[in-house]
Design a binder for this molecule. Sequence first.
Ligand SMILES: [Fe+2]
Ligand SMILES: [Fe+2]
Length: 163
Amino acid sequence: MNRDQEKEKKMEEILSELRRDERVQSMKTFVQHGKVSTYEHCEHVMEMSYRIDRALHLHSDLDTLLKGAMLHDFFLYDWHSNDDGTHSLHGFTHAEKARENAEKYLKTNDRINHVIRSHMWPLNPERVPRSREAWIVCVADKLVSLHETLFRRRDREQGKKDC
Ligand SMILES: [Fe+2]
Ligand SMILES: [Fe+2]
């Protein structure tokens, strides 16, 4: 088995471990961007993180990188819901909530927790990514979010045309 195959296998192992958790599965019920669920968004960020690591030969710790990416938005609520204002600061608060849930329900270690809580830098300016894995996920999240947002806009424009 070559290095790429080993990485692919590792990614599958990590994903199948996380997929068994019902709270991870529940991310499928929350909307992230347009038609993309939080679960799909996290999968996209995980795949992008993996691609960045491989393309740039960064040799990250895959367990930290992939679990951190898959759990970076593990905040477990629909941030679009109208409520009493609890989610109005979502952009500033959700990384810490995701870290708290990951640690509580999946017993994540400090390195994974750091990836999760620093992914919203620079919006959370005090939480600067301090590891290779944290930087990769921070960048991958922004690339994926931009892509998903552009597609959402296109869906909306398409919907207007169809009306
Ligand atoms: Fe996020
Ligand atoms: Fe995200």
